[in-house]
Design a protein around this ligand. Structure first.
Ligand SMILES: *[C@@H]1O[C@H](CO)[C@@H](O)[C@H](O)[C@H]1NC(C)=O
Ligand SMILES: *[C@@H]1O[C@H](CO)[C@@H](O)[C@H](O)[C@H]1NC(C)=O
Ligand SMILES: *[C@@H]1O[C@H](CO)[C@@H](O)[C@H](O)[C@H]1NC(C)=O
Length: 389
């Protein structure tokens, strides 16, 4: 009942002149910059700094080519690790490992300058810094004043100010403040995000910022958790340029983790609360992580979440989880540990069979990449001129 009611409402909205919902940015997440730092025993320092091209890499040019040229996506979300950009010996802040930054910039420039697409810079750090060896749980929460080893909120602001300054002339860049903050006070999440926004705007950088909530930035949980609910906090962020959108993640399996093969959580029902909150606060959102396996249930629900975003004005962009150069036959999500490959073009499942690129990207997600997207100008909460490629 709920499902058909909201579908009807969305259709009506879309038919009103001038009120049609629009996706301006669509594409894939690129995982790999955060790879190679994991240790089963949470050994501090594992994989740091790591060997570029061996332990980790950001994107493959061939994968980006196929996504941009063949599938005409205009958005890539590129993960990196704060501990590689700002080595532990420097601490989190404005001093970067220039070699590492150079590799990252090469990847961002390839996406934005060579291919003309947009790139979300994604510190894949769960609002933690100093020990990524057992992500997503290891490392000190940024701004935890009870933890003398934790990076401070001010350091996080300085880090973002420096990163923004280095991309200030690249209008195709979007600042994704943090991947999946979790298990910290929502007040601290807010203060950290605000410090990042302030750090960015102080440099004069005007690009779009996307800000995540606490609790893994889960859309289904946005209004839950009592006083800690993201719906009580995130609208308090202020951006002098009013060019900040919300960064939401939403998986479709039983516990919303993306760990399971079966899709059982209906996104239309589960996103209703956050969508109402976005509307009430006149905010726009991206869903930068969602995914599913190649079961018929997941195909249905992936179509459903993609249609939901295109029918609701509050959603202006998305990136599916995930492509990336180093998945091999491993899967980014949604497989009960089966090795069904990834969304990386050309990847294969462990049995040599079709990968999630073949079974999910090609027949399902790629079909929902809008024919017209924004291809020029700053990314904005208001979108931009739509053209086809
Ligand atoms: C900086 O990054 C390069 C390339 O990954 C690495 O060889 C070097 O050891 C790093 N330096 C520090 C201080 O981490
Ligand atoms: C902050 O640090 C203290 C001391 O290490 C710890 O007990 C507490 O759990 C930390 N808080 C968070 C949100 O991680
Ligand atoms: C999903 O992909 C795997 C690997 O290619 C394949 O073995 C399996 O049969 C597929 N499942 C469905 C439901 O198509």
């Amino acid at each position: 009942m709920k499902l058909s009611l909201s579908a009807t409402a969305a259709t009506c909205v879309a038919l009103l002149p001038g009120a049609s919902a629009t996706i301006f940015y669509a594409g894939v997440a690129e995982a790999g910059g955060e790879f190679g730092a994991w240790s089963a025993t949470a050994q501090v320092g594992t994989g740091l700094p790591g060997r570029f091209g061996v332990d980790y890499a950001f994107t493959s040019a061939s994968g980006v080519d196929i996504m941009a040229d063949k599938h005409k996506v205009n958005l890539f979300r590129v993960a990196f690790l704060l501990e590689r950009m700002c080595p532990l010996s420097y601490g989190l802040g404005a001093k970067f490992n220039e070699t590492h930054f150079g590799h990252f910039k090469d990847s961002i420039d390839y996406i934005t300058k060579t291919k003309g697409a947009y790139a979300i810079l994604d510190p894949h750090n769960y609002m933690r810094y100093n020990n990524p060896s057992s992500q997503p749980f290891s490392g000190s929460v940024i701004g935890n004043t009870s933890d003398p080893t934790a990076a401070t909120t001010a350091q996080f602001g300085a880090f973002w100010g420096e990163l923004a300054k280095r991309f200030i002339d690249n209008e195709k860049v979007i600042f994704g403040l943090m991947n999946e903050p979790h298990d910290l006070p929502s007040s601290l999440n807010l203060v950290n995000l605000q410090a990042a926004i302030d750090g960015i705007r102080k440099t004069g950088a005007k690009q779009l910022i996307i800000a995540p909530g606490n609790s893994w930035t889960g859309g289904h949980y946005w209004t839950k958790g009592g006083s800690e609910a993201n719906s009580n906090w995130i609208h308090k962020l202020t951006d002098p340029l009013k060019n900040t959108a919300i960064d939401i993640h939403e998986y479709l399996d039983e516990d919303f983790s993306g760990g399971h093969l079966a899709c059982t959580q209906d996104p239309v029902t589960n996103l209703a609360g956050v969508t109402a909150w976005l509307k009430e606060n006149k905010l726009k959102a991206f869903i930068t992580e969602f995914g599913g396996s190649n079961t018929t249930g997941c195909v249905t629900m992936l179509n459903s979440i993609l249609d939901y975003m295109s029918q609701n004005d509050e959603y202006i962009g998305w990136t599916a989880w995930s492509a990336g150069p180093f998945w091999g036959p491993n899967s980014p999500c949604c497989t009960d540990q089966a090795q069904l490959g990834s969304l990386e073009p050309g990847s294969k499942a462990a049995d040599g069979g079709p990968s999630l690129y073949d079974t999910i990207w090609l027949p399902v997600i790629a079909k929902k990449v809008p024919a017209k997207l924004q291809w020029s100008g700053l990314a904005s909460v208001n979108g931009g001129e739509l053209t086809s490629r």
